[in-house]
Design a binder for this molecule. Structure first.
Ligand SMILES: Nc1ncnc2c1ncn2[C@@H]1O[C@H](COP(=O)(O)OP(=O)(O)O)[C@@H](O)[C@H]1O
Ligand SMILES: [Mg+2]
Length: 238
């Protein structure tokens, strides 16, 4: 596939299915998903618990194999590659923000943020310097040496966002990033995510339950029972 002709399409899923388990224990988590995610946009993925949101973003991010159908990310069929090539692709191209923050408790904020860079082979000092700069962009420049336990929930989520963005990934996937935060903090974290992460060459895909932050999205994909039922362009002012 020629990637240059698809530059505005970050993610292109067609008839995507995912079955967990076999036989009696089989669960059809995805039942034929069609979805486009464009660069330069923040796309929300919403729907009831158990409808397949986490499964879908895991397949898109290359951490879970599909059962059938297709899923191209920036023109590449990542699932067709071996695990080593896939892991390298993920490390370079994808930033993750989870509900459970997954910060390493024994590392400072800056060290946590530096991890993706070190995995990519950047030297310790250079990585820490870039991490500190990234923390400044999420208004945590004064807390680079703090351990996660010394930060509030909202601050920890901002560290997680900094870590997801520090290596300048083309795709940022967030799974319920605000569900552990109170509404006001969640709103601020999402506004910050939007302002620091939005770039013409990057796509943001955010799973959320929180209808109060829908106004921040450019596009909202509604999922139910393993399918994307409809996609609406949000009536936002952005
Ligand atoms: N590892 C797994 N093994 C078996 N079933 C799973 C697994 N992960 C998720 N499921 C099932 O797949 C369906 C979709 O789950 P999930 O993608 O986590 O939904 P959501 O994120 O929308 O809550 C649910 O029925 C869930 O129980
Ligand atoms: Mg989920």
């Amino acid at each position: 596939m020629n990637t240059t002709t698809r530059h505005t399409l970050a993610v292109d899923c067609r008839a995507l299915t995912k079955q967990y388990g076999q036989g009696e224990n089989a669960v059809q988590a995805l039942r034929g998903v069609d979805l486009d995610v464009r660069t330069g946009e923040m796309t929300y993925l919403v729907g009831p618990s158990g409808c397949g949101k986490t499964t879908l973003i895991s397949v898109i991010a290359g951490t879970l194999d599909r059962t059938s159908g297709s899923c191209h990310v920036f023109g590449d069929d990542v699932a067709s590659w071996g695990e080593r090539k896939r892991a390298a692709w993920r490390g370079r191209n994808v930033g993750f923000v989870f509900q459970a923050l997954n910060l390493v408790p024994t590392l400072t904020a800056a060290e946590n943020v530096a991890v993706p860079l070190m995995i990519l082979g950047e030297g310790h000092d250079a990585a820490l310097k870039r991490a500190a700069t990234m923390l400044e962009r999420v208004d945590l420049g004064a807390r680079t040496r703090s351990l996660p336990a010394q930060l509030s929930g909202g601050q920890q989520q901002r560290v997680a966002i900094a870590r997801a963005l520090v290596h300048e990934p083309r795709l940022v996937v967030c799974d319920e990033p605000t569900s552990a935060l109170d509404h006001e903090t969640g709103q601020r974290v999402m506004e910050l995510l939007r302002s620091v992460a939005s770039r013409d060459d990057r796509a943001l895909l955010v799973v959320t339950h929180d209808s109060r932050i829908f106004a921040l999205a450019d596009r909202i994909a509604h999922m139910d029972d393993g399918r994307v039922e409809r996609v609406e362009s949000a009536p936002s002012s952005h």
